[in-house]
Design a protein around this ligand. Structure first.
Ligand code: FE
Length: 279
């Protein structure tokens, strides 16, 4: 018998100013939820006022983690120390494995007056923290959509829904990253491997997860262990990201954009940055 997962925590996203002055809502890496192994950070950004984000994220380093940027509206223009440059547009995803080190710039810009998206940080296991940096950039048209019963639609970025497999692969955390839209009063059930950490981030409408109470948006909902997730949309439907991954169970030492296993490794990262040997 498959065990449904239950809601164990509901996190209220907190306003944060990040980068050179970007206003965003943070649900992981805040006071309420510091770390949801293997997920280190979850930010939701978006505003109709460009002053909330135009200052962007000028050149900054990352080491020991992956950053996942998924856009709903507007664009993020980026360039980095590997010589890559480009834009992440509405519906696109960039899954960046920083590994031993990358320096990059991320600048949000509006399209038709709008800009909205998400950034998730995924921890790397100790054995891959100093791996070669790598990108998987997937444009909107290459992200498949699973069309299920009752009008449920799922954009599959990583993982699998029925026969539909996401284009982002070969990630250490064995992640699922889905953008799920459920029409009013319809339902969705999804298998999640037992032992994997799982959360949903609601950003439109409301819904009931498992046998819990109705949850509105924006909220981050953390699930306990089990085999499957059941969701029923409220009367206005619901849209949420469903993210899961294998926890690492390793010690973490964290300093801003560096996440390693020990304090010595953090000091080494700072030293490498000072010496100019970081990238
Ligand atoms: Fe960054």
């Amino acid at each position: 018998m498959k065990e449904p997962r239950k809601v164990v925590r509901i996190i209220e996203p907190q306003p944060v100013v990040e980068g050179a002055g970007v206003r965003l809502k943070r649900s992981i890496a805040g006071a309420a939820l510091d770390y949801l192994d293997p997920f280190l950070l979850f930010d939701h950004f978006g505003s109709d006022n460009p002053r909330d984000y135009l200052a962007g994220f000028p050149m900054h380093p990352h080491r020991g983690i992956e950053t996942v940027t998924y856009m709903l509206a507007g664009v993020v223009t980026h360039r980095d120390s590997l010589g890559n440059a480009g834009t992440i547009g509405a519906g696109d995803v960039q899954w960046m494995t920083a590994g031993r080190g990358i320096m990059h710039e991320e600048m949000p810009r509006p399209a038709d007056g709008r800009m909205a998206g998400f950034q998730l940080w995924v921890n790397l296991p100790a054995r891959l923290k100093m791996t070669k940096p790598r990108y998987q950039e997937v444009i909107a048209s290459q992200i498949p959509e699973a069309q299920l019963a009752d009008g449920v639609r799922v954009r599959v970025i990583a993982g699998r829904v029925g026969d539909v497999a996401g284009p982002v692969t070969e990630i250490a955390a064995d992640p699922t990253y889905l953008d799920v839209t459920i029409p009013a009063d319809a339902a969705f059930t999804h298998l999640i491997p037992r032992g994997h950490t799982a959360f949903a981030y609601l950003f439109e409408g409301s819904g009931v997860f498992g046998d819990g109470a109705a949850v509105g948006h924006p909220k981050l909902v953390v699930f306990g262990d089990g085999d499957l997730l059941q969701v029923r949309a409220g009367r206005d439907g619901v849209r949420f990201l469903l993210v899961s991954g294998q926890p690492l169970g390793e010690p973490i030492a964290r300093y801003g954009p560096f996440v390693m296993n020990t304090r010595e490794e953090i000091l080494q990262a700072l030293e490498d940055l000072r010496n100019g040997t970081f990238v």
